[in-house]
Design a protein around this ligand. Structure first.
Ligand code: SAM
Length: 400
């Protein structure tokens, strides 16, 4: 961060859109407020920032009023950590905080977050009152990670592996995002590492990618590793077909009871898609009008109100099992990947709110900021199912 003086203070109501402080500065301020300022009974001042975060040779001069604006916005966030917390965690590749919400719900305090995508940062701040730090590959961003934490959480992107795997092979996978997590584990020695990824991480590059991760965790870092593929529909009582791999690794010296760890058992699916769908007519732009070029084709296939369909360019596929198909990040690109339903008003895409609900977010409280629907779809598709994360985290806490 360069020497910076905020000279133009935006009006309070315009603060988010015309802010003169950048997102990493917001991250510093909000993390400072949540982790230090509150706990010191507000005796600490902004001048402590330099000392606390060890910002070498760099100073941030933030006008008091800008700070007040942030505090004002932070206060409105619906999901705050209890100060009476039982364990700490950090939230890497945080997206919209699917890990954070889950671990907060069971008594965790998040002490650091990183997510570089601007719109995900908006959603994150609106809900948890903290701005994530940006690019985790940079040392100056890693340096803000507090020295100690109980759990490191990361739903890390796997594309890095795919690209590296396909193009150059393993000798060149260093420098990809898993290795940033490895570096953080090595330095901070958390009790537990909790990772999530797509199911085919296991088979990618004939299993070499996954073996590299296992070798890193077990041999290089000395952790005891458990992994399992779980489905949102069979393990979280949410009718979305979403298989993901979950990796839980324990530091055996810090968690001697690690061998008692068990992933959660299957539970009965008692909810139906109607528990997640909005009632009444939705925004017009979500419906296919009868003069749409695909309407004749869609209306031939999309005939039932009891299931959710997936548009496959040449046909619409019905989910016979009455589950929502896997929500994916590419719902945000062009919109044709958004699952479809038939309601009393026509054939339409799922709303962003419905997609968040199928990922377990409590939509009576969770705030969707005013950003485009495509960004919201992408955020929902990228996220973990937060209630499934909560179930796994409860199992982790039992052995901590
Ligand atoms: C699969 S998503 C994880 C979503 C998250 N688990 C959730 O519940 O919403 C991966 C996220 O990593 C973020 N990301 C990718 N590279 C990053 C980097 N170098 N620094 C920080 N975040 C990064 C992406 O923007 C994306 O939101």
């Amino acid at each position: 961060m360069s020497q910076k003086k905020i000279s133009v203070i935006p009006k309070r109501e315009n603060f988010n859109s015309v802010s003169t402080i950048n997102s990493d500065e917001k991250a510093i301020l909000t993390a400072h407020f949540s982790n230090v300022y509150l706990q010191k009974n507000k005796t600490k001042t902004l001048t402590d920032l330099k000392e606390i975060y060890n910002i070498k040779e760099k100073t941030i001069t933030i006008a008091e009023e800008a700070y007040q604006h942030l505090l004002f916005e932070m206060d409105k966030a619906p999901f705050k950590c209890s100060e009476d917390y039982k364990f700490t965690f950090i939230d890497l590749f945080a997206g919209i905080g699917g890990f954070r919400l889950a671990l907060q719900n069971i008594g965790g305090k998040c002490t650091y977050t990183s997510e570089w995508e601007r719109y995900a940062q908006h959603t994150y701040f609106a809900n948890y009152g903290e701005y994530p730090f940006g690019d985790i590959t940079k040392d100056e961003i890693k340096n803000f990670i507090p020295e100690k934490m109980d759990i490191v959480c990361a739903g890390f992107p796997c594309q890095a592996f795919s690209i590296a795997g396909h193009q150059k092979g393993f000798s060149d996978t260093r420098g990809t995002l898993y290795f940033d997590i490895e570096q953080i584990i090595l330095k901070h020695q958390p009790k537990v590492v909790f990772l999530e990824n797509v199911k085919n991480l296991i088979s990618h590059d004939s299993g070499n990618t996954f073996q590299t991760i296992l070798n890193s965790l077990e041999i290089k870092l000395g952790y005891k590793v458990y992994y399992e593929v779980l489905n949102t529909a069979t393990h979280a009582n949410i009718p979305q077909n979403r298989e993901r791999i979950f990796i839980v690794a324990f530091n055996p010296e810090k968690v001697p009871d690690y061998h008692s760890f068990q992933f959660p058992q299957k539970i009965k699916l008692t909810k139906t898609i109607h528990d997640f769908l909005e009632k009444g007519q939705q925004d017009k732009d979500l419906y296919y009008s009868p003069d749409h070029k695909y309407y004749p084709e869609l209306s031939k296939f999309i005939t039932s109100k009891e299931t959710i369909y997936q548009w496959r360019r040449v046909y619409a596929r019905e989910n016979k099992n009455k589950l929502c198909p896997t929500l994916t990040a590419n719902m945000g690109t062009g919109g044709h990947n958004v699952p479809l339903i038939k309601d009393d008003f026509g054939i339409r895409k799922l709303t962003p709110k419905e997609c968040f609900a199928f990922q377990g977010f409590p939509m009576n409280k969770f705030i969707l900021p005013s950003i485009s629907k495509s960004k919201l779809y992408m955020q929902a598709g990228n996220s973990v199912t937060t209630t499934l994360i909560e179930k796994i985290a409860k199992q982790i806490i039992k052995v901590l």
